[in-house]
Structures are given as structure tokens and as C-alpha cells.
Design a protein around this ligand. Structure first.
Ligand SMILES: *Cc1c(COP(=O)(O)O)cnc(C)c1O
Length: 407
């Protein structure tokens, strides 16, 4: 990949506030005045750039964040939304009509899975769920009705890696749109540069990074984003998952430190993954040589940002997982909470939480075991100290002994 530097693209954005402020002014209005009535009707018809009409469609604050996230992903433009699901669902509804078909990874965020499995079929759109790491299986699932290939760069919660270049070749061959949820790997991976047509994020996670809001974005071509925002037929405009301007201004400020945070999350997670694996724990982390897609992922990442802040370990049973998480929380090593990308470590057992939408028998076939703990590793300054404290918890609960016996 030719030296694409997403962090430089963010840094190079220069916004001034209305009175020369170093942060852009926040547009605290839902509606906008026009000096002439003619301009208003032209704006309604989408003929005038730079005029605002109504904030469900666009607001100056949201456009700043749109522009920054488009720069980060290397797409023409973007559209922020009130949540990650508020980006995913309108995007898929815009791309598909009754009778159409989606080929999706089977290891995706639980909410996206539930939408594809339970909600959008009511509007006549069917989905086939596949093992996204097998390109031949993906290709075999494509039918004449298929419109979209959907995946996550690094999947939740099993950290499977999608071969975005390979999937993009398939998408081009069959004239499909490749939609990639890049929530787990901002800056590390630039899916549009690898051939994705549309890149989505839940801003709730790393990009905002302080677990104080939900938010989302769709990054794509001008043509597609305009279709999403069309006043007559756009799924974002008509379903209305609009981000509030005050919030987009605060997300924008957090975005400015994303590169520093991602490097620290990746560093810390890599250190812990190495040590957990050496201790004999079944550890999944894309930076480990034991990860089935390690070599592939190496060819996909912008290397300075590393392999990300997410890892999983398997401690054998749900009861053990719960005991360990409760003890780690007591010792202030992090929080027993869903979500990710926070400055403190977060941990949860995906089978009973974020992936509980996925039926138990399907969880088993995808390798989502009971004893799995998903970690979003925080920004800890002294990760060696954190490791020692985590290991003490594991020794106290005999987690490591159980593992060694079962090996
Ligand atoms: C959290 C998450 C979502 C949903 O985002 P919300 O902001 O909670 O609506 C989608 N995809 C992935 C990978 C996520 O982790």
C-alpha cells in the first residue's frame, strides 16, 4: 500500500472557530435562515453547496467531523450518525431492496447480526452468513440477487481477519458493494485503500475513546453519501439517526488524539497477549504468530499502529470467566463492562453479553466458547505492573492450573 497516513490526514485539517478559536465553532441550531426564498428552494433540491437547511440533513459541526473521518479513511466524504447501528442499518437499507441478498460474515457485532437475521428479512432482504476467512465459501454464497458483501475488518468477538483485498476482488467480479465495519481497527487498517466501497465505524469505541457517548459514521463516495441524505429517498435522512452537533464537536476533539491512543492500546495488548500465551492460556490476538490470519493481517495494517487493543483468552468455563472478571474489577484492573476502546481496560464474556443475540448452537459452531473473555486493553502506563496483577488474580483462582491440565 502506498504510504497512506491516516493520522497525517487528520492532523492536516485546519479548522478555525467563528472568532478565531482553535476549535471550530459548534453550530447550535436545528434550522437555518435564508436571505432569499429562491436559495431555500434550490437548497431543498440539493443544488447549492454550503447552505444549511435543517440539521437532520447536515449541520456545520457534523460536516467537520464527516470531513475528518473521510480524511482518515481516504474516502471522498462521510456521514456521521447517532450510533454505529445508526450508520450500519441505513447504509444496508440504502443498498438493498426487497428481493435482494447479502453475504455476511457470521462473526459480526451482535446488533448487526440481529438486524440481518431478524429485522431486515421483514423488508424482503435475505442474508447468508459465511466464514468470511474462506474466499471460496464467500464466492459460493453469491447469487444473482446478491448486492452486498458485509464484514468487519477484525471481527467481534473472535478477532477473525477479513481479507479485504480478496473480498474486494470478488465484489468487483460480481458487481457488489463491499461494506466493511472497521470499528476494531481505526488507523491500523484503511479498508477503502484495500478496495472496500464503504467503511463504517461505531465512533462509540476507539474513535471517541472515552465511553461517554454513542456515535457512528459511514465513509464512502459522494454519490453514495448523497443518496443516504437525499430528502426524498435517503435512508439516513428519512430514518433520522442524526448525531447532535454538540456531540460531534466533542468526538472531533477526541479524534485528534486517536493516533497516540491506538499506539498505546496496541502496545499494551501485544505485551499482554505474548505473556498470556507464554503462560499457557489459549489466547487470540492478531499480533500473535499463532493467530491463523497473522501473516495476512501484517500485509493489511499501517504498521506503526500495531495489531490493536483487543484480545481474548479462554479460561475453560463461564463460571471461571465470571470469577476472574469480578476479581480483576475488584483489584481495579478494569471494568466488567461491554464495549471497547476506553482508556481503562474493559472485559466481558461475549457468549452471555455482546453476542447473546447469536443462538447457542451457532456460537458453538463458530468457536465462541463459554469460557471466552474479551478484553479491550486500556492505556495503562505500566503494562508490566498490570500483567503481574492480572496474573496474581489468575493464580489465586487457579485459572492457569486448569489450563495446563486441559492442554
Ligand atoms: C459497538 C459496535 C457496533 C454498534 O455500534 P453502536 O455505536 O453501539 O450502535 C457495530 N459494530 C461493531 C464492530 C461494534 O463494536
Amino acid at each position: 500500500m502506498e504510504n497512506f497516513s491516516p493520522a497525517n490526514c487528520i492532523q492536516d485539517l485546519q479548522y478555525f472557530g467563528e472568532f478565531g478559536g482553535v476549535n471550530p465553532s459548534i453550530s447550535d441550531s436545528s434550522t437555518y435562515t435564508f436571505l432569499s426564498a429562491k436559495t431555500m428552494s434550490d437548497t431543498f433540491e440539493g443544488n447549492i453547496e454550503g447552505c444549511y437547511l435543517y440539521s437532520r440533513h447536515s449541520s456545520p459541526s457534523n460536516l467537520y467531523l464527516d470531513q475528518a473521518l473521510a480524511a482518515m479513511e481516504g474516502t471522498e466524504t462521510a456521514n456521521v450518525s447517532a450510533s454505529g447501528m445508526g450508520a450500519i442499518t441505513p447504509t444496508l437499507m440504502q443498498l438493498c431492496s426487497a428481493g435482494d441478498h447479502i453475504v455476511s460474515s457470521r462473526t459480526i457485532y451482535g446488533g448487526t447480526y440481529a438486524f440481518l437475521k431478524n429485522l431486515i428479512p421483514r423488508f424482503g432482504v435475505k442474508t447468508t452468513f459465511v466464514d468470511i476467512t474462506k474466499l471460496d465459501v464467500v464466492e459460493a454464497a453469491i447469487t444473482p440477487a446478491t448486492k452486498v458483501i458485509y464484514c468487519e475488518t477484525v471481527s467481534n468477538p473472535l478477532l477473525e481477519v477479513a481479507d479485504i483485498r480478496g473480498l474486494s476482488r470478488l465484489a468487483k467480479k460480481y458487481n457488489l458493494k463491499l461494506v466493511v465495519d472497521n470499528t476494531f481497527s481505526p488507523l491500523s487498517v484503511s479498508p477503502a485503500k484495500l478496495g472496500a466501497d464503504i467503511v463504517i465505524h461505531s465512533l462509540t469505541k476507539y474513535i471517541n475513546g472515552s465511553s461517554d457517548t454513542v456515535g457512528g459514521v459511514t465513509c464512502a463516495s459522494k454519490e453514495f453519501i448523497n443518496s443516504l441524505k437525499n430528502v426524498n429517498s435517503g435512508a439516513s435522512m428519512l430514518l433520522g439517526p442524526t448525531m447532535d452537533s454538540l456531540r460531534s464537536a466533542s468526538v472531533m476533539k477526541n479524534l485528534r488524539t486517536l493516533h497516540i491512543r491506538i499506539k498505546q492500546h496496541s502496545h499494551n495488548a501485544h505485551v499482554l497477549a505474548d505473556k498470556f500465551e507464554q503462560d499457557g492460556l489459549k489466547t487470540v490476538y492478531p499480533g500473535l504468530r499463532s493467530h491463523p490470519s497473522h501473516e495476512l493481517y501484517k500485509t493489511m495494517i499501517n504498521p506503526e499502529y500495531g495489531y490493536g487493543g483487543m484480545l481474548t483468552i479462554d479460561v475453560g468455563s463461564l463460571a471461571k470467566a465470571n470469577e476472574l472478571m469480578e476479581l480483576m474489577q475488584q483489584r481495579n484492573l478494569g471494568y466488567l463492562a461491554v464495549s471497547l476502546g476506553f482508556y481503562k481496560t474493559l472485559f466481558s464474556a461475549p457468549g452471555t453479553s455482546t453476542s447473546s443475540e447469536i443462538p447457542l448452537y451457532e456460537q458453538a459452531t463458530m468457536g465462541l466458547t463459554d469460557g471466552l473473555i474479551r478484553f479491550s486493553i486500556g492505556l495503562d502506563n505500566d503494562i508490566e505492573r498490570t500483567y503481574q496483577m492480572m496474573k496474581a488474580c489468575m493464580i489465586e483462582l487457579e485459572v492457569l492450573e486448569t489450563q495446563n491440565i486441559s492442554l
